[in-house]
Write a protein that binds this ligand. Sequence first.
Ligand code: NAI
Ligand code: MG
Length: 506
Amino acid sequence: MLDRPAAVTIPLAPMLDEKALARALSGRHFIGGSLVAARGGKTFPVVNPATGLEIATAAEGDAADVDAAVQDAAVAQKAWARMPARKRGALVAACAGVIREHVEELARLIALETGKALRTESRVEANTVADVLEFFGGLGSELKGESVPFAPDVLSVTVREPLGVVGAIIPWNVPMLLMALKIAPALVAGNTVVVKSAEEAPLAVLRICELMARVLPPGAFNMLSGFGPECGAPLVAHPLVRKVTFTGSVEVGRIVAKEAAAKLIPVTLELGGKSPMIIFSDCDFERTVTGAVTSMRFTRQGQSCTAASRIYVERPIFDRFVAALAARVDAMVMGDPLDEATDIGTIISPEQFAKVEGFIAEGAATPGATARACSAMPADPALRKGLFIRPHIFTGLSNDSRLVQQEIFGPVTCVFPFDDAEAVLAEANDSEYGLAASVWTNNLKVGLALAHRLEAGLVQINQNLVVQANLSYGGVKSSGLGKEASLESMLEHFTHKKTIMVNYAE
Ligand code: NAI
Ligand code: MG
């Protein structure tokens, strides 16, 4: 038996005082159904990016914490896998109910720790978590096998079996939702999970652990906070972890894939993007301008792997479009993430802030390029240390510019004119990435032809929604491996197929 650090408990009724909740969650992992300190006793600060003030600490996990969590998950997995699949699904769906009761609380907490605006982003994310849990919760009976015609007097069937303990590594941009996309299918399929949260956003996901523990057995779902090399890497490397699912940078995705290859375990990777939006003159103009604001995820400060960070506009409407987009973004309000009036909050961290500012400076210094800074910095003195960056719309850059080829992960989009469909297709596909794309036209012949030829995992015509439950989501090229959010993702990525044969010949 492992020695166990003392656990703390926090009231489960919704806590709408986000600062008090952040403090209550301080310095804890979630292992075996309890909030526990790191074995080494270390913590690191969690900072509100809108003020620069420390709001909590997080437990700093290491290999010993990983081992404790994985051992508990491995024990829990045996009983969890024996539970009928529909019952597991019903429990995951019941978690959705608990999350729904806490949407407001979770939304306030995630706004506090990530700087994402409450109305436009944080509340939406909390609701979507419940939606994803509900969706996967209904899929227990889909864990079906087949009968295979092999030979007379031989019954040959396949059954779907869980993989064991799943290691899930998540980023900070939409941590609750990206976690739900991993844990819900993994759990319904009969696996147990150890999540490594992102160092910038460990709190709201930790609160979700507590809420789900009202419903799930101890050990089914565990969470560690900590840094990549010290806590993420040992999770991937742990011998009892039989599958890894990761969302984050291409760079770390490659490290994770290499380690998984050494262990010969399957891996799902959701990595970056540089998603093109292609706009033809015959589009519904106003709807497309609105679509560009949504597509670029300006309300999330562009911190999205599907952000439409390359916008190609047919020449006859190019000038009009750029002016209309700039005017629309100008009208958006940057400010306190917890204020209902705010459309746009802050960048997550000083590192990301410096990276985005570097790209903007480089673009502004590029001969022939024009930078349009939109919206206005917040006036509130309490926010003067906040990591706010005005949204930028660039024109006049060439397709080989670093701003056009690399993922900025900030509120920066580049707009280009084009003259014909072949040329714009070539430019759109001239990218290391292949996550998402959208085409805006009333000519469905043109739209569908491009949809088939765009190198992306998801192409939308006349809309550009974020990831949705029931629709397979995942990229090609450097954008990743495997799919999330769908039935296919549960079956293909969280189970293996076993063949069982019975010879009943006399
Ligand atoms: P990152 O890839 O370093 O971090 C993502 C997660 O991986 C975090 O939980 C981190 O602790 C963990 N990690 C880091 N090193 C690890 C290792 N050696 N082994 C196991 N886990 C490890 O991403 P970061 O530094 O937060 O952002 C850098 C860039 O990555 C962003 O600017 C953006 O371009 C991209 N990114 C893409 C995301 C997406 O949704 N696809 C999400 C976050 C970042
Ligand atoms: Mg990193």
